[in-house]
Design a protein around this ligand. Structure first.
Ligand code: OOG
Ligand code: NI
Length: 469
């Protein structure tokens, strides 16, 4: 029987989620149309190197999803479902710390880790997990009630988990199993029609609307699905022209003189969705909730640890400069971008060559064959090889997320301010702890990018007959 490979499961799962989410949230379909128009426009610009950060086939199909779970058990189970599709946990994000008014979750992203798999289909899911033990948000009493509520629900059926483990073991499924797996996996993320306990939801909402969205209901759902565009500034302008109310900034690096780095994202509030509520007297009433939204992103070159330090520093400095400017007059999105771009243009080299030379971003390297025939023995240091033109850098696209942007995305879409008591302390919930919950390696994104770079340099060393940069 033909085997459906893991990447095919992943691609089909992404397609089915997209189809389901489009029916649930019509604004998402509008976003896809506009994204497609933007990508077509970029591709037809003369001289544009539109496919430098991924083929247009990849970019067109590319999505990230965001989901939220409540317990370590649910996190471990969702890891099995994603592993079936060749998606593994990468990175640890602590959203509790990432912003002034924080969100009581820690997160990781499930994604392919191998460059060939990413090229086939890069579907990734930002997955957040509630931390009821964090006293800054939850009292001991609320923690106890929350945990017992969560312990009673089942997000993933045994049948789904058995099929998932089978797919991991055999690196695919026969077509009957594949169909069943995809049906069950997609259904697990469908918005439930079950009535929400109004009082319980409200109580959690007072702590955080994210806590209510996770722990106030008996199932989980896609929070958003995010397409990738090649020009996010153009997309932003087109959405506003269509009358869609976008958040007031694009998160992440500014539009500047150099190539796109890391990740730029923006979002809009989706409409309230009808949901049923169970009232204190047991009656069921129609109501609505507004927890889901639309998001779009542009992906750039992955930054090295050093590049990331510069990015983080520039972000702080931009914020400060914006605050200073805002003291005298309101700062528009355009003005904010101009402030940031000026700092970037001064402090970051604006070419791929420059970013590579200063080890600010990740590239793979190939030998420049034009140079070979009559050149003299190349030096061994990478900067010299780049500078003398022995090797050509090809950018490695950033496949991960940014904690500050993620917090900004969460916060800009909250329906209540929530509360947090910073005088309380909390037990260590960190990357090691998350790895224990997952029961499998939690990959370090820098190590993955570095591995790809190193592999290319090993090939360069062989070809140039040197010991290796
Ligand atoms: C996740 C928010 C983070 C991103 O793209 O940074 C995120 C959520 O709202 O559940 O999706
Ligand atoms: Ni997102």
């Amino acid at each position: 029987m033909p085997i459906t490979q893991q990447w095919e499961l992943r691609a089909e799962f992404a397609r089915r989620l997209s189809h389901m989410y489009g029916k649930e949230v019509p604004a998402y379909t509008t976003l896809l149309e506009v994204s497609q128009a933007v990508n077509d426009a970029v591709l037809s610009r003369p001289g544009a190197d539109a496919e430098r950060l991924g083929s247009i086939a990849r970019v067109t199909a590319e999505r990230h999803g965001a989901i939220r779970v409540g317990t370590p058990q649910e996190m471990a189970q969702v890891a099995r479902v994603f592993a079936a599709m060749g998606m593994y946990p990468v990175g640890f994000y602590d959203l509790r710390e990432a912003a002034a008014s924080s969100v009581p979750v820690v997160s990781t992203a499930f994604r392919p880790t191998d460059p060939d798999e990413l090229a086939r289909n890069p579907f990734r899911v930002f997955t957040s997990m509630l931390v009821p033990s964090d006293r800054r948000f939850f009292s001991a009493d609320l923690q106890r009630r929350l945990e017992s509520f969560l312990a009673r629900r089942t997000l993933f059926t045994t049948e789904l988990l058995v099929l998932a483990d089978r797919a991991s073991e055999y690196r695919g499924l026969n077509s009957g199993d594949a169909e069943m797996f995809l049906t069950l996996a997609t259904a697990a993320f469908k918005l439930s029609t079950e009535a929400v306990d109004r009082a319980w939801y409200r109580e959690l909402e007072q702590v955080s609307s994210v806590a209510a969205d996770i722990g106030g209901v008996t199932s989980t759902h896609v929070n958003h699905l995010t397409p990738r565009v090649l020009d996010i500034d153009d997309l932003y302008a087109r959405m506003e022209r269509r009358g869609i109310d976008m958040i007031d900034t694009i998160q992440g690096p500014p539009r500047w003189a150099g190539p796109d780095l890391l990740l730029r994202q923006t979002s809009f509030r989706a409409l309230a969705e009808p949901r049923m509520f169970r009232e204190a007297d047991g009656s069921v009433e129609a109501g609505s909730l507004r927890v889901r939204f639309g998001e779009v992103e542009a992906r750039g070159i992955a930054a090295t640890v050093r590049g990331r330090e510069v990015y983080d520093r520039l972000t702080v400095e931009t914020e400060q400069a914006v605050r200073e400017a805002a003291a005298t007059a309101p700062v528009s999105a355009e003005a904010r971008n101009a402030i940031a771009a000026e700092q970037w243009n001064q402090r970051m080299p604006a070419t791929e060559q420059g970013l590579a030379l200063h080890d600010l971003a990740y590239f793979t390297y190939t030998v420049n064959t034009d140079k070979l025939p009559n050149g003299h023995a190349p030096s061994r240091s990478l900067p010299d090889l780049i500078d003398e033109g022995w090797v050509r850098p090809e950018p490695i696209v950033y496949e991960d997320f940014l904690p500050k942007s993620a917090a900004g995305i969460f916060l800009s879409n909250l329906t209540s301010d929530g509360r947090k008591d910073d005088t309380q302390s909390t037990a260590a919930v960190d990357a090691d702890w998350m790895e224990g919950v997952l029961g499998r390696p939690l990959h370090d994104p820098y190590a993955l990018y570095d591995g790809v770079r190193r592999a290319s340099l090993a090939r360069v060393a062989t070809e140039l007959h040197i010991r290796g940069p």
